[in-house]
Design a protein around this ligand. Structure first.
Ligand SMILES: NC(=O)c1ccc[n+]([C@@H]2O[C@H](COP(=O)([O-])OP(=O)(O)OC[C@H]3O[C@@H](n4cnc5c(N)ncnc54)[C@H](OP(=O)(O)O)[C@@H]3O)[C@@H](O)[C@H]2O)c1
Length: 234
């Protein structure tokens, strides 16, 4: 297989599904990671016949070592390489809480998905990224994980995304230039997570991810945090 290959976690809906749609329309082979394969297949069918032909649904729960290993194996068998990993799957469980009234079980579950999930998946597909070098990892973080802006609501979500940004820096140091690794903040996006009050469309929310996924390798930055295609402070 000579065309470029991408994997997007948490891609049966929201920002992840939009990234799948756009990368498939670029002509990439896209693995659509979904916890619920039936939901993933329904999302794939909704892309229309032409795009669906470029999309492979793969069961993927990023908290589960077995699921993650099976996903990597599926990509190895079908494609043998991975050019773009989008660590998109994520949850927010503590919308009102402050760090002074924290439920550590909620923090633990959030970190398990948003930080350990992205870390686990990246390590599982690393041999495939190396096969495609120069390859890229795009970690879908949040301004709520920005030290520069650190507030109080949703401490579990904030600490998970702060950790994800730390992972971006560590993996950049360990892997660049073979693999470039960046964090992005999509902004406040109208998805199930963002809710109706959000001001950005799903297409706008996917834009910075797609900008990094599409950029020429020669120009591709690494080790940074981007929002609306602009580098922002950690
Ligand atoms: N929307 C915003 O305003 C906003 C702002 C900043 C950052 N973000 C980030 O953007 C990313 C996408 O969010 P979204 O707005 O598109 O939210 P969403 O519509 O709620 O989608 C979240 C996705 O993550 C998946 N997911 C949850 N737990 C998972 C697990 N254990 N393994 C694999 N996938 C899992 C979900 O899968 P299921 O369908 O199986 O539940 C779903 O596909 C997240 O990382 C989020 O933190 C969003």
């Amino acid at each position: 297989m000579s065309e470029r290959v991408a994997l997007v976690s948490g891609a049966a809906r929201g920002i992840g599904l939009e990234v799948v749609r756009e990368l498939a329309s670029d002509g990439m082979t896209v693995f659509l990671g979904a916890r619920d394969v039936a939901a993933g297949e329904a999302a794939r069918a909704g892309l229309g016949e032409d795009l669906a032909a470029r999309v492979v649904v793969v069961g993927l729960d990023i908290t589960d070592d077995v699921s993650v290993a099976a996903c990597a194996e599926t990509i190895r068998e079908h494609a043998g390489r991975l050019d773009v990993l989008v660590n998109n799957g994520g949850i927010i469980l503590d919308r009102g809480e402050s760090p002074l009234e924290v439920d550590f079980e909620i923090v633990r579950r959030t970190v398990d998905v948003n930080l350990f999930g992205a870390w686990r998946l990246t390590l599982a597909v690393l041999p495939l990224l190396r096969e495609a070098a120069p390859a890229r990892v795009i970690n879908v973080s949040s301004g709520m994980g920005q030290l520069d802006e650190m507030g109080t609501i949703s401490p579990g979500y904030r600490i998970s995304k702060l950790g994800l940004n730390g992972l971006t820096r560590m993996l950049h140091s360990a892997l660049f230039p073979q693999v470039s690794v960046n964090s992005i903040c999509p902004g406040w996006v109208k998805t199930d997570m963002g809710g109706d009050g959000a001001y950005l469309s799903i297409a706008d929310g996917a834009d910075t991810i797609l900008w990094l996924a599409r950029m020429d390798s020669d120009a591709l930055p690494s080790g940074g945090f981007y929002k609306r295609r602009v580098k922002i402070p950690w």
